[in-house]
Design a binder for this molecule. Structure first.
Ligand code: LR7
Ligand code: MN
Length: 639
């Protein structure tokens, strides 16, 4: 949930209209309902005929169970039934003080019972579902660093109170080098008295959530590992559907619907069953609306498992053997971030299924900020983890990530990873003669840039880093083991993933250009200025640093920046950034490589530099062949 400024992932939920797969897809040719490789059934994607017995559990691995009765309301206690807790005005100062400790309302949390009751938020169709009488057992693994006592214990108690006892093998708590008194002896003494086995393991030094989870997983005795964050609340019937799905097919990774526990009031708010997981160019996890094609695949049954391209990362169940078969986690990832997309890509590309099970609901405290330290700096760590995902799993599409995070890319050139990638980058700067680029002035500019890069690359790097301080020390580390894992498991390509699992993705399948779009007259570049969907496009001094000045010109003739597209509704403009809808219309642009014009198809107008000097919004004007209507896109043209 980090990145893009927001930790409250659920607030990023997309509300864009749901069309067909084709409608939402952002690139690559017309898609008809019968076009190859789109929205086809999973059974056709993987050869699932073999290894049939691998998918079933031995009888000794299964347990007979019965549903757990609902947790009774603790009359008179705050927050019962998942209601909001209100803090009296005289305690507001104390509340604010305590908020800083965990970036949620700790005072409110401390007032709520560990055993608080919750409303049954499931769809009616879920309540009457019948699951197999025998199911595999699971161990719950919860990792934490400086978690609050009340949230941690409420997580533990909600597991105990709402999981059928025979299915709950144990709870494994992994303390990732916390510095809070209550997480030491006090915790061990407390859990020793609990009615189910609870084990506490401790990392020797701060390891981050990924390596902490690996430590926890090592001690799992159940058949299935279920990971939870340390500030969750499980609701009635949360576990059975996850385990039943895995019992049906051990290569399924099953996630609950993640409901929102408000960080300010601890109100339990049911989340939509119409969102799934996606991601953007910066490799931030994002919620998007489930497309129609997936609804159709599920026979429009909202209680049926929902295949999701990615998962949020914190809450899921996976068969223990399959977890290791798939390569568990990337130990080279630190503290927080990246592992969720890494596992999502890996599951899909290597033959598994990733699903949200809508009959399983677990609440999670979503917060705006992270409460704990990121030793070495947030962006260094998050960029490092994401670069490892990009390197191992994303093939050519790693370029989108590097375009948005140029500092990472520069580091790559000097680094030990992927020498092939680096020489490719060097190629652009060194081998292209200015004469192979079309156009007048740009020829000179490129020539100068090439000389600059060739002679002054070190200084140029410094310039990069001083503007992107977080990227200064980004170090991808050694990814060779993860690559050989991918090879060993004969995993499919990222293109396969985009085409078959995630055709609605904001990663264009094919594109002509990825990089800056420079005006020939002013030598300024198109710039999103960090604007959001619905706001105007900008232009500014070309900084060559990627990010807000990176645009893709796709084969479907969109000009995209992340998940927004250049869009105009009137012949006079303005040109806006609008969420890409993939249906052409106002988002269709024709770049004429020779004339260097960018023509808006619907209005027939040309993209034009601002008419006053220093103005920062480009215009739409009748095409007149003037130099202010000429734009250079020179990254990778193959027409
Ligand atoms: O160094 C650390 N050591 C830890 O043990 C840092 C964190 N942790 C623990 C931490 O105490 C917590 O229990 O790891 C757990 C997750 O950390 P959070 O709660 O700070 O993460 P998050 O909820 O903001 O982030 C989501 O993305 C993460 C990416 O690495 C993890 O996958 C989280 O598990 C994940 N949380 C969810 O999926 C819940 C839904 C949020 C969304 C979207
Ligand atoms: Mn969390």
């Amino acid at each position: 949930c980090l990145g893009g400024g927001s930790w409250k992932c659920k607030e990023n939920e997309e509300s864009s209209a749901v069309g067909s797969a084709a409608a939402l897809h952002s690139d690559s040719g017309a898609i008809s309902s019968n076009s190859k490789g789109r929205g086809i059934l999973y059974e056709q994607l993987h050869d699932r005929g073999k290894a049939e017995e691998d998918k079933t559990y031995k009888p000794t691995q299964l347990r007979r169970w019965r549903p757990v009765p609902p947790v009774p309301v603790n009359r008179g206690m705050p927050g019962e039934n998942g209601k909001a807790v209100l803090i009296p005005p005289e305690k507001e100062a104390l509340m604010k003080e305590k908020f800083k400790l965990n970036q949620f309302n700790l005072l409110a949390s401390d007032m709520i019972s560990f055993n608080r009751s919750l409303a049954d938020v499931r769809l009616e169709g879920c309540k009457s579902k019948v699951y197999p009488k025998l199911l595999p057992t699971t161990s719950i693994v919860i990792v934490f660093h400086n978690e609050a006592w009340s949230t941690l214990l409420r997580t533990v108690w909600s597991v105990i109170n709402r999981s059928p006892r025979p299915l709950l093998r144990e709870i494994i708590l992994v303390d990732d080098a916390s510095e809070r008194e209550h997480l030491g002896r006090q915790l061990e003494d407390y859990v020793a008295k609990l009615p189910v086995p609870v084990h506490v393991f401790r990392t020797e030094k701060r390891s981050g959530l990924i390596r902490a989870r690996l430590l926890g997983a090592k001690h799992v005795k159940g058949e299935v590992i279920t990971f939870l964050d340390a500030h969750c609340e499980c609701t009635e019937g949360w576990l059975e559907p996850l385990l039943a799905r895995i019992a049906e097919d051990r290569t399924t990774v099953a996630c609950p619907i993640i409901d929102v526990i408000a960080d300010d009031t601890f109100e339990y708010i049911s989340a939509s069953d119409m969102t799934w997981g996606g991601f953007n160019w910066k490799l931030n996890f994002r919620w998007y609306r489930v497309p129609q094609r997936e609804m159709e695949r599920r026979g429009n049954d909202r209680t049926a498992p929902l295949r999701t391209p990615t998962m949020a990362g914190g809450l899921f169940s996976i068969d223990k053997d399959y977890f290791y078969h798939l390569g568990s986690y990337d130990e080279g990832m630190d503290i927080w971030g990246g592992e969720n997309l890494e596992m999502s890509f890996r599951v899909w590309q290597c033959g598994g299924i990733l699903e949200i099970i809508p009959c399983s609901h677990v609440g999670h405290v979503f917060r705006d900020k992270s409460p704990y330290t990121f030793p070495g700096g947030v962006s260094k760590i998050v960029l490092h983890n994401a670069a490892r995902v990009a390197e191992v799993w994303m093939d050519e599409w790693r370029d989108f990530y590097y375009a948005m995070n140029p500092g990472v890319h520069v580091w790559m050139c000097g680094g030990q990873v992927e020498i092939a990638t680096c020489s490719h980058v060097g190629h652009v700067f060194r081998k292209s003669t200015p004469y192979t680029f079309p156009g007048g002035t740009s020829k000179i500019v490129n020539h100068n840039n090439a000389r600059l890069a060739e002679v002054w690359l070190d200084e140029w790097k410094e310039f990069y880093y001083s503007i992107n301080p977080g990227a200064r020390s980004v170090d991808v580390g050694d990814v060779s083991q993860r690559k050989s894992l991918r090879h060993k498991l004969k995993c499919k390509s990222f293109r396969w993933y985009l085409e078959n699992v995630y055709p609605e993705s904001q990663m264009p399948l094919d594109y002509y250009h990825l990089g800056e779009v420079r005006n020939v007259e002013t030598q300024n570049c198109l710039d999103t200025m960090g604007h959001k969907s619905g706001e105007n496009l900008g232009v500014s001094y070309c900084h060559g640093l990627g990010g807000n000045q990176v645009f893709a010109y796709t084969r479907r003739q969109q000009i995209m920046s992340d998940d927004n597209c250049l869009d105009a509704t009137s012949p006079e403009g303005p040109v806006k950034l609008v969420r890409c809808h993939g249906m052409g219309g106002n988002q269709l642009w024709v770049y004429d490589k020779n004339a260097q014009t960018i023509k808006h198809v619907n209005t027939g107008q040309c993209l034009t530099k601002p008419d006053v000097r220093d103005a920062s919004t480009p215009l739409l004007r009748p095409c007149d062949g003037s130099i202010g209507q000429m734009w250079v896109m020179n990254s990778k043209f193959k027409w």
